[in-house]
Write a protein of this length. Sequence first.
Length: 321
Amino acid sequence: LDERIRILIENAVKKGHRSFFIVVGDRGRDQIVNLFTLLSNARTKRPTVLWTYKKELNLSSHKKKRLKQIKRMKNKGLFDSNVDSPFDLFVSGTDIRYCYYKDTHKVLGNTFGMLVVQDFETVTPNALCRTFETVEGGGMIVLLLHTMNSLKQFYTLAMDVHDRYRTEAGGDIQPRFNERFLLSLAKCKNCIVMDDETNILPISSNIRDIKAIEIENEQDVFQSKQQRELKEVQDSLKDTQPIGNLVKECKTTDQAKVVMILVDSISEKTLNTTVSVTAGRGRGKSAALGLSIASSIVYGYSNIYVTAPSPENLKTLFDFV
C-alpha cells in the first residue's frame, strides 16, 4: 500500500477535514475494506458508513441473505476467500446504511464517518452535495468508477440525467459537469485518484510530496482565527450554566452564536419569539438545535414539538439532545 494514502487519511483526521478517494476499476469495491481499516486506525471510534447506489448493490445488506449469496458464489466457483472474506467481515461487522440516490433526501440531518458513492453515472450535483455534507470532519468519501483507459473517458461519461435533456432537435449533450468536477479535484489537496490495486494516478501534484503533520498538543489542532474566537467564547461562558456546557460542544463560532441566541430566546419564556436559522448543508444546524432543545428541558419546558419532512432527518438532532 502506498504510504501517501495512510498519511493523507491521518492528516485529514488530525485537521478535521474530509479525505476524498476516487477508485478507478471494476474491483474497486475490494479497496473499501483497506481504506475503512486505515480510517478506523486513525480515529478513536469506528466510523459509520453511508453507501449510495442506483439499483444493484451486488451485495446483500441482510446477513442471512449474504450467507446464502456466499454459498451460491462458492457453488459457481466465484468466491475468492482472500478477497471476499475480508469484505464479508466488513459488511457484517460495520454499521452500514444503504441508500438509493432517489432517497438521498432521507439522509439529510444524519452524520456518517464514511461515504461510498457507487454508480456515478446516476449522480446529480444535488445528490452529490446532499451525501457529501453528511460526512463529518475527519471522515472519508470514496467514489467508485468503472475501468477506464484514460480519465478523459470520464469527461464523456453518459449520465442518466442527460436523457431528460435529449430532444429530436438537440440530441448532443455536452457533459460539462464531469469535466469541471474532475478539474476541480486536481486542485483539491485532500484527494487521491487511484486504481483498484491502490496505485496512485498522477492527476495532481498536491499528493506527490505529502508529509505527515505533527501535532505537539491536541488542543493546538486548530489555530485559525475562527477557532481562537470560538475558544474565547467557550472560556467566557465556562462558569455560566447551562449555556457553558452547550457551547463547549460547538465546533464553529457561528454555531456557538446560534446556540446562544436560541438559548436566550428559550430562557425568556415569552413564547412569542420565532428564530429562523439558515446555513449551507453540513454546517451544524441540527446539532445547534439539538443542544438548544436540551437547554429548554433545563428551563422547565414540558411540551416540545419537532417537525421534519422525515423522522430519519432528526437522528443528529436527537443525538445532541
